[in-house]
Design a protein around this ligand. Structure first.
Ligand code: RAM
Length: 864
């Protein structure tokens, strides 16, 4: 078998067009090789600046290796191929090429200025109707390359010569705009023609100046102007370049969108359309001029992740009629996106679409959406066929109440005319799980859907109500699961930059990033355990799952500043036992109106996280070769662990909070070091689970940890009892109730079928789905054992009556997989190790062994 290499990957990009890294790191997968083959050297072949160069490096590395060429310049295109060889064989064929292209890397590259309608910029009139901006331009014969670099204050969709540019939506997404505003690069070569051309953009308020936050929220959080910043660059065969940039020469007009908001939805009047507005022949003499704004080009950054896109379309599974006569579509899945309609109707008639996650008493139930209107409307122009989808909003929904439909809306009529389009950051799927239990599989599927709906440019708490913000605690606990299911490396490392930017001078990590103004409880920001620890734990998770040292480098200062703050807050006692804490948020025993009132002492939670974060910073320092820092944080962690044990762990291994979350923290964060006490604590945890009738008794903090605390504490069967429980509250209770996503509360839907009366009741919150990572690592038995899965740990722990389970993980090295099945008291295991990695196989009752690349089968007697 010959050695074949796949086309290399550039940093964490799915499409390396318009990248911002000057020295992008390279990764490749070896698709095939003879058994026993190992890479001893690689060769990077570059075509850069008209010259072919190659660089040979003696190294087994193949993930995120250093760029060997010249640093990239703005707009530069380079082709990269990789060849590899083993210890004593010849070079492989070079891989297929990957072409990458740099974006605009220097502030001086930007001549464009943000432009928008003057009426959108007056805080006094508060005119929020979205605008169109456009201009015509001439192009000569011989354009060989055309690029549009674009962003907005607000959200935009660009058009060129009547065609939509790109398929991204809600761009430029949500960052800390003042410091980092993302721009996107589009290849528009095919859209430009010799002669007269036109370019334009739709604009909406988006997060920049739309309503954000609770209780009515705030507007204009980032500024008053709604404006587009675009720079179209035409490169001719003779090498000359022409730039058409947004400036005072552009024109503006109100768009047919009457109003648009992330929370509220969009109203559109097709009679207000101006056909051909972005085509060259359009006469814009009746349009107004534009207001030109200032933007510091140094704040424009290239994306590190894919944009938000439609990734799937769902048709309604049923059309229901409510007691009021309402017509309601059921899409069969709680999802995040928008509905597209295709129908004709009389001019001036209006269709309304009201979305909801749940029904009650036969009608859509919108109370959980709080002050989010979550509705769209379309007014017909009266053409033969009209097709429409809102542009600058998204909803979290399963049901849509349709009003004003022209004609009867039965199942047949709905089938072709209404489709739900699923939108999220277009991440690559990397993790799959299956077992012999359909309910567990559905739980896993619900976690995946919950993740899709809450990775809409930033990691959010929920996608439907007047919130949808980057709560740090939620992604802190969900990070490992997120990193298993999808390649989040680029997206989350980008978001972590914003965490560092929003961090307060004293080290406080905000409750949510980006920060928005909020009600008193969250303002001013106060340090909170489990939420603030995103600064230490999420970078570490990304390092562990993707092998990316750069994320540790980039975040080290932020991480240590958080731990330094905790050190000051705790003082010489090393116990963080003062101040406001959310603790084990949403412990099912907490009353609906006070989710922080948990069974586990909130300060026990705080000190446990302090210890965990201090140790994590020590590890980061170790990887980064910072010896002094490593020693400091190691010593600090040791002192915190000792103080924790002294304050919260009794001599017999029980804890001062005799609650599951306390034990889960003690065990999982290695805070109970004495082996005898550890075993006793694990036994007590198992006992508590059984005393609770296997119902879940943990909130945001305990839930991601409790299954591991049990399974690694010798209580595997109890871990299964917990995850397979179906009574309320439990993971499978939700599944039994027909959930298609993971809920915010264990009982968002109460056993009597009514919606939980709490004012915080989302049906799409990923935090409690953090158990999926354990399902992969322990039920199926596939975990990283060295950063980036360079060493994999296959350690399935069958139980709970399951007869089979499997997981696949698309790692940086290639696909790792495990599948096991039980038959006749024997366990059959098949495990696949990708080339370039190795694995440890750890089957209970058998000796641990190391597995080389390839597929391996084992068959062992099961004693238990
Ligand atoms: C809620 C959010 C989030 C949680 C905070 C504390 O408002 O939805 O899930 O992190 O509260």
């Amino acid at each position: 078998m010959s050695v074949t290499v796949e086309a290399p990957r550039i940093e964490h990009h799915r499409e390396p067009l318009g990248i911002g890294e000057r020295m992008p790191r390279l990764s490749w997968r070896v698709a095939s090789a003879p058994s026993g083959w190992r890479q001893a050297a690689y060769r990077v072949e570059l075509e850069q600046r008209g010259a072919a160069t190659s660089f040979e490096v003696q190294s087994p590395d193949q993930v995120l290796v250093a760029w060997p060429g010249e640093p990239l310049q703005s707009r530069e295109r380079v082709t990269v191929r990789i060849a590899v060889r083993g210890a004593d064989d010849a070079w492989s064929e070079a891989s297929a090429p990957t072409s990458l292209e740099a974006g605009l890397l220097e502030p001086g590259d930007w001549t464009a200025r943000p432009v928008g309608a003057t009426r959108n910029e007056n805080p006094n009139t508060d005119d929020r109707r979205p605008s169109l901006v456009r201009r015509g331009f001439e192009a000569r014969e011989g354009v060989v390359r055309a690029r549009l670099y674009a962003t907005a204050h607000g959200v935009y969709e660009a058009e060129l010569n009547g065609e939509r540019v790109g398929d991204d939506t809600l761009s430029p997404g949500w960052t800390v705009y003042g410091t980092r505003l993302r721009y996107y690069t589009y290849d528009v070569t095919a859209l430009v023609r010799p002669g007269h051309n036109a370019i334009g953009a739709w604009l909406g308020d988006g997060w920049y100046r739309g309503r954000l936050g609770w209780r009515g929220g705030f507007r204009n959080v980032y500024g008053y102007d709604q404006s587009f910043l675009g720079q179209l660059e035409l490169t001719y065969a003779d090498g000359t370049r022409e730039v058409i940039a947004t400036d005072h020469s552009w024109r503006s007009a109100p768009s047919p969108i009457l109003q648009s908001g992330i929370y509220d939805g969009e109203d559109y009047d097709a009679r207000e359309e101006q056909p051909g507005w972005s085509a060259p022949a359009f006469d814009d003499s009746a349009w107004e001029g534009v207001q030109e704004r200032h933007r510091d080009p140094a704040t424009l950054v290239a994306p590190t992740a894919p944009p938000v896109r439609a990734t799937e379309e769902l048709r309604p599974v049923e059309v229901l009629t409510g007691p009021s006569g309402s017509r309601i579509l059921d899409f069969g899945q709680n999802l995040v996106g928008r509905v597209r309609i295709r129908v004709s109707g009389p001019a001036g008639a209006t269709v309304t679409l009201r979305t909801a996650e749940v029904m009650q008493d036969g009608e859509i139930y919108t109370r959980p959406l709080r002050a989010a209107r979550a509705a769209d409307s379309y007014t017909f122009a009266g053409r033969d066929a009209e097709e429409w989808e809102p542009r600058f909003t998204f909803h979290g929904f399963r049901y849509v109440e349709v009003g004003g439909w022209p004609g009867d809306l039965d199942a047949d009529a709905a089938a072709g005319a209404l489709v739900a389009r699923v939108y999220h950051t277009d991440l690559e799927r990397t993790g799959w799980f299956e077992s012999s239990d359909p309910a567990l599989n559905r739980l896993h599927e619900n976690v995946v859907w919950g993740m899709r709906g809450n990775f809409v440019d930033i990691p959010t708490d929920c996608p439907q109500r007047d919130e949808r913000i980057g709560w740090t605690g939620d992604i802190q606990v969900f990070g490992p699961t997120a990193s298993t299911l999808f390649d989040v490396s680029g997206m989350l490392s980008g978001w972590l930059r914003d965490v560092a930017i929003e961090q307060l001078p004293d080290g406080t990590v905000p409750w949510y990033v980006p920060v928005i103004p909020a009600v008193d409880k969250w303002t001013p920001m106060r340090p909170g355990a489990a939420w603030g620890d995103v600064a230490t734990l999420l970078p570490w998770t990304l390092y562990e799952r993707f092998g990316d040292v750069a994320v540790l480098e980039a975040q080290f200062d932020s991480a240590r500043r958080w731990v330094d703050l905790l050190e000051r807050l705790a003082g010489p006692s090393r116990l963080w036992d003062t101040g406001f804490q959310l603790g084990d948020w949403l412990d099912p025993a907490a009353p609906p109106h006070d989710p922080a009132d948990a069974r586990t002492d909130r300060y026990l939670v705080a000190t446990a996280y302090f210890a965990k974060s201090a140790r994590t910073v020590a590890r980061m320092a170790d990887v980064l070769g910072l010896a002094e820092e490593r020693t400091h944080y190691d010593a600090l962690a040791g002192e915190v662990v000792a103080a924790f044990a002294e304050a919260y762990v009794n001599d017999d291994g029980t804890m001062t909070s005799d609650a599951q979350t306390a034990y889960a923290l003690g065990l999982r964060f290695d805070l109970i070091t004495d082996p005898g006490r550890r075993d006793a604590a694990a036994a007590r945890l198992a006992q508590l689970v059984h005393e609770a009738g296997n119902r879940i008794s943990t909130g945001f903090v305990g839930t991601p940890l409790v299954s591991d605390a049990l399974s690694s504490g010798g209580q595997v069967e109890t871990a299964y009892d917990l995850i397979l429980e179906r009574e309320c509250p439990s993971w499978l209770y939700q599944v039994e109730q027909g959930a298609t996503t993971v809920w915010e509360r264990w009982d968002s839907l109460l056993p009597d079928g009514t919606v939980n009366p709490g004012q915080m009741t989302s049906f799409n919150h990923y935090a409690l789905g953090a158990v999926a990572d354990w399902m992969h690592r322990v039920i199926a038995g596939l975990a990283p054992d060295a950063p980036g899965y360079r060493r994999i740990r296959f350690a399935p722990r069958p139980g709970g009556g399951l007869t089979s389970a499997s997981a696949r993980q698309l790692t940086a090295y290639g696909e790792a997989a495990i599948a096991w099945r039980m038959a006749d008291g024997r366990l059959h295991v098949e495990a696949t190790v990708p080339i370039g990695a190795e694995a440890v196989l750890d089957l209970a009752g058998a000796r641990e062994e190391t597995l080389p690349p390839g597929t391996h089968t084992r068959d062992v007697a099961q004693t238990a």
